[in-house]
Write a protein that binds this ligand. Structure first.
Ligand code: 13P
Length: 249
């Protein structure tokens, strides 16, 4: 049984005032709920960990550098993230693949750096609108999976987030059949590469315009083990019903 995971990616949103949302969110949760994770901007990581101490909310970062230390002005290493108390890091988000020209090879190295620091890597993959229209979705996904996910991935050290780029922040979501097709495909590829045990243990998240009113349907898909939520994770009042829908699925 894979433990369900509701992950919120705050992106470049929030200052200290936003930490009150974590306290409010914790108040909505009970021990039977899905695992809940918030990934705030890096300057808030330590304070977010302090605020959520003793609650069921885990904290993660949105990116890490692939090296352990050195002359990389402005970057943050995986061990620095772990040192704040965080336990997860997102790598390879499409916004970083795009705006920072990150390659599959970079993302693979970042995932390894995350593991070395004891963090679980959430590796993001997803096709563009053009790829989808040209019917290239599964080829793109296969290439990103083999290129971005390092050898040695397990259910403990890796989560895969499928985020179609055209669905991020747009209010558009794939049909349930499209979500099922891609998640089943990812599951089959993971089993083929990592074997039955780990291939079945790695959790798969759907991301892209997940909202309180569409979450329950998305979570009916067998290989959707949770969600990576952007906009709707910023407010506890929006994220809590998504977590509840996941917990009930
Ligand atoms: P939205 O939920 O705002 O579409 O963002 C999805 C996302 O990119 C999460 O990483």
């Amino acid at each position: 049984m894979r433990r369900k995971l509701a992950a919120g990616n705050w992106k470049m949103n929030g200052t200290a005032a936003a930490l009150s949302e974590l306290v409010e969110l914790a108040g909505h949760l009970d021990p039977n709920d899905a695992e809940t994770l918030i990934c705030p901007p890096a300057p808030l990581l330590y304070r977010a960990c302090e605020k959520t101490r003793g609650t069921s909310i885990a904290i993660g970062a949105q990116d890490c550098h692939m090296q352990t230390e050195g002359a990389f002005t402005g970057d943050v290493s995986a061990s620095m993230i772990a040192d704040t108390g965080a336990s997860y890091v997102i790598v390879g988000h499409s916004e970083r693949r795009d705006a920072h020209e990150e390659t599959n090879g970079d993302i693979r190295k970042k995932a390894r750096a995350a593991w070395a620091a004891g963090l679980t890597a959430i590796v993001c993959i997803g096709e563009s609108g053009d790829d989808r229209e040209a019917d290239n979705t599964l080829d793109i996904i296969a290439g990103q999976l083999s290129g971005s996910v390092p050898d040695g991935a397990t259910g403990d050290n890796t989560v895969i987030a499928y985020e179609p780029i055209w669905a991020i922040g747009t209010g558009k979501i794939p049909t349930l059949a499209q979500i099922i097709e891609v998640h089943d495909f990812i599951r089959a590829r993971l089993i083929a590469r990592f074997g039955d045990v780990e291939g079945n243990a790695i959790r798969l998240l759907y991301g892209g315009s997940v909202k309180p009113d569409n979450a329950a349907e998305i979570f009916t898909a067998e290989n959707v083990d949770g969600a990576l939520v952007g906009g709707a994770s910023l407010k506890a009042s929006d994220f809590a019903p998504i977590i509840k829908a996941l917990s009930a699925s």
